[in-house]
Design a protein around this ligand. Structure first.
Ligand SMILES: [Zn+2]
Length: 338
């Protein structure tokens, strides 16, 4: 089998790897319908996160179950399934509380940019669609594996409710799907922060009512002026830098909430500023497993079409081109088909 392997900064190769097989009785092996490149894959690609020798990469996946271990009860070969980037048992106290990405037995699925992938803890991790979906629905279903579930969690963690005012920091795929999520949850006003025309247009299509092009202190001032000097009820932080986190906190009204899902890189917060801000913070790696049944239903019924976030589709063997297109911001998000 050939799949993606990252060797170092800006060095992703499509090369021979061992094909996955059942190792534990709770495993499943999936034949990939489609996979994709995540914004977080760009951290090692850009050399910001260290790489410990050549490593398989990719954590977003969906496809047809090829084989299951003898202890698997809830999924079976032939079913089309979607799972989270963290496999989870879905039975421990953290899973039962809805935080499957803090499962006591979580396992990262980190080698998904490949034609096949092994998923541990299959019963707790995978959710099957009602039937094998039509090909055109696959991109939207794939987003539920991470990016859409993460945008959804950002909105939920920011306590988005009907009628509220929401601001979204970050115009990557997660931020754009955060806009879609806020709209789906009934937000009245959604301020998307973006300076790129194509991303602004998609944000509007997903439900943004206002676009703010300024960043940092100027971005905060724009959100303040759009909200009568108070700040937004809910702010989604979808980047993970010091600037974006501070921008999110300062754009939130006293008593409001920040949902942060950008993986923090070098973020340090000032306790005294937080204390006097009266802002709630909640975030982390999105427990997408919790949202999968509901989000599959919304896609299946045609209520949401998050697959629109893919603006580049390549055969899997062109994975390196997919990375450079996202790195250079020529693409929002790259879909890869085996
Ligand atoms: Zn668990």
């Amino acid at each position: 089998m050939r799949g993606a392997v990252i060797h170092g900064p800006r060095d992703v190769r499509f090369e021979e790897r061992e094909a996955p097989k059942i190792l534990e009785p709770t495993d499943a092996v999936i034949r990939m319908a489609a996979t994709c490149i995540c914004g977080s894959d760009l951290w090692p690609y850009r050399g910001i996160s260290p790489i410990d020798g050549p490593s398989p990469i990719g954590h977003e996946y969906c496809g047809v179950v090829e084989e299951v271990g003898r202890a698997v009860r809830l999924v079976q070969p032939g079913q089309f399934v979607i799972g989270s980037f963290f496999a989870s048992d879905n039975t421990c106290p953290n899973c039962l509380a809805g935080y499957q990405t803090s499962c006591q037995h979580k396992v990262l699925v980190g080698d998904a940019q490949a034609p096949m992938v092994r998923v541990p803890l299959a019963d707790g991790t995978l959710v099957a669609t009602p039937e094998v979906p039509p090909d055109g629905m696959v991109p939207s279903l794939l987003t539920l594996s991470d990016v859409m579930g993460t945008g959804w969690f950002a909105a939920e963690a920011a306590d988005v409710k009907p009628g509220k005012t929401v601001a979204v920091v970050g115009d990557g795929a997660v931020g754009l799907l955060g806009v879609l999520s806020a709209r789906q949850m009934g937000a009245a006003r959604i301020i998307a922060m973006s300076r790129h025309t194509a991303r602004q247009n998609l944000a509007r299509e997903f439900g943004a009512t206002d676009i703010v092009t300024e960043r940092g202190d100027e971005g905060v001032a724009r959100v303040q002026s759009l909200t009568g000097g108070i700040g937004a009820d809910s702010v989604l932080e979808c980047v993970g830098t010091q600037e974006s986190m501070i921008q999110a906190i300062r754009s939130t009204r006293p008593g409001g909430s920040v949902g942060y899902v950008g993986v923090p890189h070098g973020v340090a917060l000032d306790g005294e500023e937080l204390f006097y801000s009266h802002v709630r913070l909640h975030g982390g790696p999105a427990p997408v497993r919790r949202f999968l049944p509901d989000l599959i239903r919304l896609v299946w019924d045609g209520k949401i079409n998050p697959g629109k976030v893919f603006d580049l589709e390549l055969p899997l063997e062109k994975v390196a081109e997919g990375y450079s297109a996202m790195d250079e911001r020529r693409a929002i998000k790259t879909l890869l088909r085996p």
